[in-house]
Design a protein around this ligand. Structure first.
Ligand code: MOS
Length: 672
């Protein structure tokens, strides 16, 4: 079955947030802070207001009213404090985009600057232990005696890895189009991963009842987490529309996105591992240092995968955070698991070399019976199967473990492996099914951010109703549809699919209509550890003269429950792996230590992989039967593909070059 909206997307007929034809539309353009920290003394908007077509200038001079519940980055213009360079401090509304942009350039903001601090380090005096880490995990956990475990070990390693600031780069920029209708209802077309949650956030921010707001996001050009929570441009559009009494559109530029739509926190991660003479872990300690802003706390759960992966008598995981004069970090594909598994899986490779063990065998040997951090049984776990299948396909048996010895002219060749994991959860959602002219209409406020959600929900409905997919019409992307969880945490298919499945069952009892709300069912789910697992294998060629790294082969083997659609699943896996390749070799946003803010703010400087960077990329999976997940038996697949890729590539670089790079990205300068 082809992707349902494939044709409208490739022919340009799919309508995205900024493209809805709305009569009398006006344009807003933000003014961003030039200082990294300080206080706004005055906003002089006289010259801007006199420019052609200008309708209004918004700023903290006359703060537009928001509810006291307006929070963090969404509380636009409510304070005169500047928390980071690039923060939105004013905005111009005009009849055209060009007029708004021209006038924004002459809004004079006078600052009383203060000294700023944008530097993350393990010595920072401001480091503290947050109460919880996202999305509510305990900050520090452990059992057993790590020091004793390390002291008793035959082999130990103590290594520190760093990952840089990383930015999501969805093809569709963050954009919003808002207006207030004659009855005072706020309509927002928004580039959003969740219509229901977006509506709730906007309603809370403006102090409106939920049904006084409607959020529509029928097509979304990627998000990766950056559209998971409502972004300031949506609030700005709504606020500006109220001010000028006309619809207001904002499409952020790529530069502006880098400043105000979140990023992955940089991390510093220390791993201490010990193993006995056979290679069994005696201790595992993972401590992550990361940043948040002074605007709000965002604590990435980087050390959490250490609670899932390997059996050990002594385990300690911990997170420390420092609030710097920076924009607030946010969600980026596999937050926590992605940077955390980079460090843990690189450290496992280092331990394998130190202990003289094969890195596949070391992982198999330490595969636990129950979830190490909680003691809970797994609903299913097939990491070992993934490792074995990947090893078979990669001809791992014939691998010479010695690093730095395989050459093809200037090129050093090596292979590496790493494990992947990602939670397999689901969240309450509602769905409605109705018969309509011999067809079936399924409604749910789900979001398709490029994953193929619309298509897979159609398949689920058709299979459950026992009809052909072309008889089913699935309507999503609108908060006036039944409430649904957002497209995040790889929970879309499991959450929405459960609701659609139950609504279709209900329809079959009734024959005319079916309704479902999965809240009660999910509350009764057994206490189990539910995760998908995978194994990533990489082959790299490292140029001994230039230090260039080419990935000649990348293979991911995943065990992620029942795979609902092979084409869509493969796209998710290889998309995640490609993003992991970017993380390994090229992606990095520089922080400007001198002036604050970011120095790389577009795709000319922030490099992401192109087709030529990924010549041989394969994703396969092992079917799993797991009755403890949801009616489909599926595990999420949106994020696991990025997890472990960077470690597999880094481990292959070590095997090729005999030189361990512990700071991402692995650029030529770090190889030579
Ligand atoms: Mo994804 S980072 O859970 O939107």
């Amino acid at each position: 079955m082809n992707r349902i909206e494939g044709r409208v997307k490739v022919t340009g007929l799919a309508t995205y947030a900024a493209e809805y034809p709305v009569e009398g539309v006006t344009y807003a353009y933000p003014v961003q802070s030039q200082v990294a920290k300080g206080r706004i003394a005055r906003v002089d908007d006289r010259e801007a207001l006199a420019m052609p077509g200008v309708l209004a200038v918004l700023s903290s001079e006359r703060p537009p009213e928001l509810a006291p519940e307006a929070e963090g980055e969404l509380a636009l213009f409510q304070s005169r404090e500047v928390a980071y360079r690039g923060q939105i401090v004013a905005a111009v509304v005009a009849d055209t985009y060009e007029n708004a942009r021209a006038a924004a350039a002459v809004v004079r903001v006078e600052y009383q600057p203060q000294a700023h601090d944008v530097h993350l380090s393990t010595e920072h005096p401001g480091l503290y232990r947050p109460k919880t880490v996202n999305p509510g995990f305990p900050t520090d956990t452990g059992h057993g005696d790590v020091e004793a475990g390390l002291a008793a070990a035959a082999t130990t390693i103590d290594v520190t890895y760093t990952t840089p600031v990383l930015h999501n780069n969805p093809m569709e920029p963050h954009a919003s189009l808002a207006y207030w209708d004659d009855l005072g209802r706020l309509m927002v077309y928004d580039a959003s991963q969740g219509a229901t949650s977006g509506r709730d956030i906007i309603a809370r921010t403006f102090g409106l009842p939920r049904d006084a707001v409607r959020v529509v996001a029928r097509h979304v050009g990627g998000g990766f987490g950056s559209k998971g929570t409502t972004r300031p441009q949506a609030v700005l559009a709504a606020m500006a529309a109220r001010e000028v009494g006309r619809p207001v559109k904002i499409a952020l530029t790529r530069h502006q996105m880098y400043d105000v739509t979140g990023y992955r926190t940089p991390t510093i991660q220390r791993l201490r591992l010990g193993a006995d003479a056979d290679g069994r872990l005696t201790a595992l300690e993972h401590v992550a240092y990361e940043q948040s802003s002074t605007v709000e706390e965002f604590a990435e759960q980087t050390a959490v995968p250490g609670r899932v992966m390997y059996g050990t008598p002594a385990l300690r995981t911990a997170h420390r955070l420092v609030r710097l004069d920076v924009a607030t970090p946010s969600w980026m594909r596999a937050p926590g698991e992605c940077p955390g598994m980079y460090a843990l899986e690189s450290a496992m490779d280092e331990l394998a070399y130190a202990a003289g063990l094969d890195p596949v065998e070391l992982r198999v040997l330490n595969d636990p019976e129950t979830e190490p951090g909680s003691g809970r049984p797994f609903s299913s776990r097939n990491l070992v199967g993934c490792l074995r299948e990947g090893a078979r396909r990669f001809d791992w048996e014939r691998r010479d473990p010695q690093p730095g010895v395989r050459r093809d002219g200037e090129w050093l060749i090596g292979t590496g492996v790493a494990a992947s994991t990602y939670p397999a959860r689901r969240m309450p959602s509602k769905a409605v099914v109705a018969a309509q002219d011999g067809e079936f209409l399924v409604q749910i406020a789900a979001a398709d951010i490029g994953t193929g959600a619309r298509t897979v929900l159609t398949k689920i409905a058709a299979e459950t109703l026992g009809v052909a997919p072309d008889q089913v019409h699935v309507e999503i992307g609108d908060s006036d549809l039944p409430d649904a969880f957002l497209a995040g945490g790889s929970m879309g298919t499991a959450s929405w699919g459960s609701a659609v499945f139950r609504a279709c069952e209900d329809f079959q009892r009734d024959g005319k209509e079916g309704h479902a709300d999965t809240a009660e069912e999910i509350a009764k789910d057994a206490e189990l550890a539910r995760h998908a697992f995978g194994a990533q294998f990489a082959e790299v060629r490292v140029n001994a003269v230039t230090g260039e790294v080419r990935v000649s082969r990348l293979l991911g083997v995943f065990a992620a429950g029942h795979i609902m659609d092979a084409t869509l699943a493969r796209s998710q896996f290889i998309g995640g792996m490609t993003m992991g390749l970017g993380m390994a070799l090229m992606e990095e946003t520089y922080t400007d230590e001198e002036f604050g803010g970011f120095l790389r703010r577009d795709l000319a400087q922030y490099h992401i992989p192109a087709n030529a960077d990924v010549p041989n990329l394969e994703a396969v999976w092992l079917e799993e039967e797991d009755e403890e997940l949801n009616p489909m038996g599926s595990k999420g697949i949106g994020e696991i593909g990025i997890v472990g890729t960077a470690a597999a590539i880094g481990n292959a670089v070590f095997h090729a070059a005999g030189h361990r790079v512990r700071d991402l990205p692995i650029t030529p300068a770090k190889i030579l």
